[in-house]
Write a protein that binds this ligand. Structure first.
Ligand code: NDP
Length: 287
C-alpha cells in the first residue's frame, strides 16, 4: 500500500468537480482503492463555480490532471469543452467522468451503467425483458433510462410530477430506441398503482425523501415480494419509499449501489483496472 505521505513528482492526480462539493463521497471511495492497487495517485475534490467550467477544464490540461468526475451542476456544461465524447454520454447529454488522454479530454457517463452494475450485482437480476417503471424524469432518471433501454428492458414507464418533462425524455429515448414501449403519467394519475403493480423493477429517482421522511407516493398496496424496488437516494440509507417496500417483502436497494457502481466504472476508465463493486461499497460504508 502507498501511504498518503508518499506523494511525489510521479503522483497522478484525479478528482471531482462540482458546486457545492464539500459533501462528496468520491475521495473516500477512490483513494483507498488506489492504495489497494499500489497506484501512486491522489483523488481530490475541486469546487468549480458554474461560470468557470471552461477554465477548470483548461486547467486539467495545463496541470496534467489525469482524470476527473463531474457532479452537479456541471454534468451537461462540460460537454461543449471536451475533445471527444463517448456515444452513450452524448446520447444522455451528460458527462460524469473525464479522462485526460495525452492532453485530450474524453467524456463518459458511468451513472446509468453504474446503476445497472449495482442492480445486477446486488439484486441478482438482469434488465432484459423486464418492465421498468421510473419515478421521476430528471437528470438521473435520464441516465438510468437510457441504460435500461440499452439493456433491452421490455418497457419503460415514467411517473413524474410534471408530465411534459417525462414526455420530452420519452421522446428522446424513443428516437434512439424506436421499438421500446414507453409511457408517461403524472404521480396523481389513478393508474399509478396498477402500473407499479404490473412492473418488475421500480426505480425511485425523484429528490423526494432526500434528507427527509417524505415519499413521492403514498399508496404502497401494490408492492409484492417479487418486486425489485430501488431508491437512488442514499441519505437517509433507507427512505420511506424503501421502508414501505421492504415491509411488503420486496427486494430493495438504496442509492449507495449506484454511487459505488458509477465509481467502479470511472475507476476502470481512469486506471484500466476492473475492481469489484463491493470494494467501493465497503469504502462508502466506512465511517
Ligand atoms: P433533478 O433535479 O434532475 O430531478 C428531480 C426529479 O424529482 C424530477 O423528476 C422532479 O420532478 C422530481 N421532484 C422534485 N421535487 C418533487 C416533489 N416535491 N414532488 C414530486 N416530484 C418531485 O435531480 P437528479 O435526477 O439529479 O437527482 C434526483 C435524486 O437522485 C437526488 O435526490 C440525488 O441525491 C439522487 N442521486 C443519486 C445518485 C446516486 O449515485 N445514487 C446520482 C445522482 C442523483 P419535476 O420534473 O416535476 O420537477
Amino acid at each position: 500500500m502507498i501511504p498518503h505521505t508518499a506523494f511525489d513528482g510521479y503522483t497522478l492526480i484525479f478528482g471531482v468537480i462540482g458546486s457545492p462539493i464539500t459533501h462528496t463521497f468520491s475521495p473516500k471511495m477512490h483513494n483507498p482503492v488506489f492504495r489497494k492497487h499500489a497506484i501512486n495517485a491522489a483523488y481530490v475534490p475541486f469546487h468549480v463555480n458554474p461560470n468557470q467550467v471552461e477554465d477548470a477544464l483548461k486547467g486539467l490540461k495545463a496541470l496534467s490532471i489525469s482524470g476527473i468526475n463531474v457532479t452537479l451542476p456541471h454534468k451537461q456544461t462540460v460537454l461543449k469543452y471536451l475533445d471527444d465524447v463517448d456515444p452513450y454520454a452524448q446520447k444522455v447529454g451528460a458527462v460524469n467522468t473525464i479522462v485526460n488522454k495525452n492532453g485530450r479530454l474524453i467524456g463518459y457517463n458511468t451513472d446509468g451503467p453504474g446503476f445497472i452494475l449495482a442492480l445486477e450485482t446486488e439484486c441478482r437480476t438482469t434488465v432484459q425483458n423486464k418492465k421498468c417503471t421510473i419515478l421521476g424524469a430528471g437528470g438521473s432518471a435520464r441516465a438510468i433510462a437510457f441504460s435500461l433501454a440499452q439493456q433491452h428492458a421490455a418497457s419503460l414507464t415514467f411517473i413524474n410530477r410534471t408530465l411534459r418533462t417525462a414526455q420530452e425524455l420519452a421522446e428522446n429515448i424513443s428516437s434512439s430506441h424506436p421499438t421500446l414501449p414507453i409511457q408517461c403519467l403524472t404521480n396523481t394519475s389513478s393508474d399509478v398503482a396498477t402500473i407499479l403493480s404490473d412492473s418488475d423493477i421500480i426505480i425511485q429517482t425523484t429528490s423526494v425523501g432526500l434528507n427527509s421522511t417524505d415519499s413521492p407516493i403514498d399508496n404502497f398496496d401494490w408492492v409484492k415480494p417479487n418486486h425489485i424496488c430501488v431508491d437512488i437516494i442514499y441519505l437517509p440509507s433507507k427512505t420511506t419509499f424503501l421502508k414501505q417496500c421492504e415491509q411488503k417483502n420486496a427486494v430493495i436497494q438504496n442509492g449507495l449501489g449506484m454511487l459505488a457502481g458509477q465509481g467502479a466504472l470511472a475507476f476502470e476508465l481512469f486506471t484500466g483496472i476492473k475492481e469489484d463493486l463491493s470494494t467501493f461499497k465497503r469504502e462508502l460504508n466506512h465511517d
